[in-house]
Design a protein around this ligand. Structure first.
Ligand SMILES: [Zn+2]
Length: 362
C-alpha cells in the first residue's frame, strides 16, 4: 500500500490530504442470484431458524419477476464500482429452480468479464440428498458455468454427514474442482463435522482446496474442542470464509492466526430474502469485520483490509489483486485517505477504480 502527495479531496469528510493507492477487493462469498439489487423492495417474513430462512428464500426466488441475470448484473456492477475485482459467487442449484441461476450469474459475469473475475460455486441451498434430482443438477452445473462444488450443513440440512460428503467430494474429485461448504451448525456438533471434513480433505488429497463458509462453530471460544479443530483445519489447509453479518458469530482473528487457519471475507446475501442489509461493497465489509471483531490498533484494522483484499485473492487465484505493485500498478484503487486504518474506519468510495491501466466507467 503506497501513498503519495495529491490535492485535497473536498468531498472527503475526514479531510484527507493524500491519495492512497491499494489493491482491489475480493468478495470471497456472495450470493448474487438471490439479490433484489436494482429491483423493487422485498418485505421479509419473520424467521425463527435456518429452515424458515431457506423456505422464505425459495418463496422469494419463485416470486421474482426480474431475471437472475439482471439482478445479479446490477449487484456485481455495483461491487465493481466500489472496488471489487474478483468474487466467489455461491449460486443456487436445486430441483425447484434447475440451473437458471447458474446460467443467469454466468451471463452477468460474462458481461463484466473485462473488469471482474468471477468463480461460481454450484450451491445446493435447498438440500442435496434431501432434494431429489439436485445431485444430477449439480453435476450438470459443472459443465454449464459453475467452477466449484458447494455443500450445505451435511447434518442439519441434509441429515447425512457422510452421505453428503461422499456426494460433494465425489463430484469435486470426478471433475477436478475445489469445494466450498456452508456450515452454520454451532457447538460441538459443528466442530465434529469440521473434524470429519478436515480428515476427508486429507484423505482425498485436497489440502488447500476446501473452504468452509460461515463456520459459526469456530467462533465460540468456550468450546474445548475448538483448538484441536482449528489445528485439524490448518493441517488440511481449509479456509474459513466469514461475512461479519449482523448478529451472526464472527471468528476471533488472533486465534485463527495462531492456529494457522486462513480467513477470507465476503458479503454473503445482499438485500435478499435472508437480509435487508448489504451493499456488495467490500470496503463496507472490511469496516464491518473490524467493528464486529473489536479492532482497535492500526495492525488490527490493516488485517481487516488485508483479509478483504490479498487474502481473498490467494483463495480465488486473483492475480489482478495479488499482483498489485504500488502506485503505478495497472490494477489499483485510489482513495482520498492517509492510511489503511483510516480507510477501514471512514470507508470512502474509491476516487478511481483502475483496471488494465484505464479508469472504469460502467
Ligand atoms: Zn452464503
Amino acid at each position: 500500500m503506497t501513498a503519495c502527495s495529491t490535492p485535497r479531496d473536498p468531498q472527503n469528510p475526514a479531510g484527507a490530504q493524500s491519495l492512497l493507492v491499494t489493491p482491489g477487493f475480493v468478495d470471497a462469498h456472495i450470493h448474487p442470484d438471490k439479490t433484489t439489487w436494482g429491483s423493487g423492495w422485498l418485505s421479509r417474513p419473520p424467521a425463527q431458524d435456518l429452515a424458515d430462512l431457506i423456505g422464505n428464500d425459495l418463496k422469494a426466488q419463485l416470486s421474482f419477476e426480474d431475471a437472475v441475470e439482471d439482478r445479479a448484473y446490477a449487484l456485481m456492477k455495483h461491487a465493481v464500482l466500489t472496488g471489487t475485482m474478483a468474487m466467489r459467487a455461491h449460486v443456487d442449484v436445486g430441483s425447484q429452480i434447475g440451473l437458471k441461476n447458474i446460467h443467469g450469474v454466468r451471463a452477468a459475469a460474462e458481461r463484466l468479464a473485462s473488469c471482474l473475475d468471477v468463480q461460481i460455486v454450484a450451491f445446493p441451498q435447498f438440500g442435496l440428498l434431501t432434494n431429489p434430482g439436485t445431485l444430477d443438477l449439480m453435476e450438470a452445473a459443472l459443465s454449464e458455468g459453475a467452477d466449484l462444488v458447494g455443500g450445505i450443513d451435511p447434518e442439519s440440512v441434509d441429515g447425512d454427514l457422510h452421505g453428503h460428503l461422499d456426494a460433494v467430494f465425489g463430484l469435486a474429485n470426478r471433475h477436478g474442482r475445489d469445494l466450498d461448504i456452508h456450515l452454520h451448525d454451532e457447538g460441538p456438533g459443528g466442530l465434529a463435522q469440521l473434524h470429519v471434513i478436515a480428515k476427508r480433505t486429507m484423505a482425498e488429497g485436497m489440502q488447500g482446496r476446501v473452504t468452509i463458509g460461515h463456520g459459526f462453530a469456530l467462533c465460540d471460544v468456550s468450546q474445548p474442542e475448538l483448538g484441536p479443530t482449528l489445528d485439524a483445519m490448518a493441517e488440511a489447509g481449509i479456509w474459513m470464509a466469514t461475512c461479519a453479518l449482523g448478529a451472526d458469530p464472527v471468528p476471533m482473528l488472533d486465534l485463527m492466526e495462531r492456529h494457522g487457519v486462513k480467513v477470507v471475507l465476503g458479503s454473503d446475501g445482499v438485500r435478499d430474502a435472508w437480509t435487508p442489509f448489504g451493499t456488495g461493497s467490500m470496503m463496507d465489509r472490511a469496516h464491518l469485520l473490524g467493528y464486529r471483531t473489536g479492532a482497535l490498533t492500526d495492525t488490527e484494522l490493516e488485517r481487516c483490509f488485508r483479509i478483504a483484499t490479498t487474502a481473498g485473492a490467494e483463495l480465488v487465484g486473483a492475480e489482478v489483486v495479488s499482483g498489485f505493485s504500488g502506485t503505478c500498478s495497472a490494477d489499483r484503487l485510489e482513495f482520498a485517505a492517509n492510511s489503511i486504518p483510516e480507510l477501514v474506519v471512514d470507508r470512502p468510495s474509491p476516487l478511481r477504480v483502475v483496471r488494465g491501466g484505464r479508469t472504469l466507467a460502467l
